[in-house]
Design a protein around this ligand. Structure first.
Ligand SMILES: C[S@@+](CC[C@H](N)C(=O)[O-])C[C@H]1O[C@@H](n2cnc3c(N)ncnc32)[C@H](O)[C@@H]1O
Length: 246
């Protein structure tokens, strides 16, 4: 059943823009990916299945496939632009990878989750669900994971107050400036990030497709969904890495 309370969607233009901006727009990308990888509840040589929601350009997928050489990875994305990118970037991993289409807010992919399933990962995607949509998704994923399995998320969170929003906005701009200097030697990439109005925390009007929820609420929803451990493991500029372990 679709979540009718999330009327607007990520577009193919959003995908194309994200693929040009992500190196500068995502704060401390390598550290975020390394943190998610380190949290996966598996030994490096273990055979297990992981699912990624909104796998985008495949950066996290490649890191997990390299770190866990016996992992089978099911990469889902709603965008054809992103699935084409995934087919290209993940081709070297052969039949260790499957790629599929999905709509995050719908239940079909949750009913079709592989079993046994050790881990569901997602980076910068779950904030496209409403508060209610996240609670339902956490419960559905908890039900599909094997004991000891995990839902691990990197995502934007809602600031607790307006002062915190301004702090997150400033931290994100600073991170993007530093990354622009490192990548381009100047602020040209930062300027693209600004022109695209990508800093969610600078927006003063409600965004139709982004619905970050407070971190404290999400940890509570994870526990209510059946995760025995729910916590935040890393955070910068409103980008948190958090999740639950069954
Ligand atoms: C900000 S990008 C993040 C991509 C990737 N996870 C990363 O961190 O680089 C959001 C991704 O989620 C996908 N996406 C957004 N909304 C979606 C939805 N409602 N259903 C399915 N996929 C969606 C987009 O196609 C895109 O690949």
């Amino acid at each position: 059943m679709a979540d009718d309370s999330a009327p607007q969607h990520w577009s193919e233009d959003n995908s194309a823009l994200f693929l040009t901006l992500d190196d500068v727009a995502v704060p401390m990308r390598e550290q975020q990916i390394a943190t998610l990888c380190a949290l996966i509840p598996a030994r490096p040589d273990e055979a297990f299945t992981a699912v990624e929601l909104g796998a985008g350009g495949g950066l996290l997928a490649r890191a997990v496939l390299d770190a866990y050489p016996n992992c089978h990875y099911h990469a889902l994305d709603g965008s054809e632009t992103m699935r084409a990118e995934l087919r290209e970037k993940l081709a070297p991993y052969g039949d260790r990878v499957t790629i599929g289409a999905f709509e995050l807010a719908e239940s079909a992919w949750r009913e079709a989750l592989p079993s046994p399933l050790r881990c569901v990962l997602s980076s910068l995607v779950v904030h496209h669900l409403t508060h209610e949509g996240k609670q339902q998704m956490f419960a559905d994923v908890a039900g599909g994971l094997e004991p000891g399995g995990a839902l691990l998320l990197a995502d934007l969170i809602a600031p607790a107050t307006d002062r915190v929003r301004l702090l997150f906005a400033e931290q994100w701009n600073t991170a993007a400036q530093v990354q622009s200097q490192v990548l381009a030697g100047d602020l040209s990439l930062y300027q693209q990030f600004q022109n695209a109005e990508w800093n969610y925390y600078e927006l003063t009007e409600e965004d139709p497709i982004d619905h970050p929820s407070p971190l404290a609420d999400q940890l509570q929803w994870l526990r209510a969904a059946g995760f025995s451990v729910a916590d935040c493991f890393w955070m910068l500029a409103g980008h948190a890495i958090y999740g639950g372990f069954r």
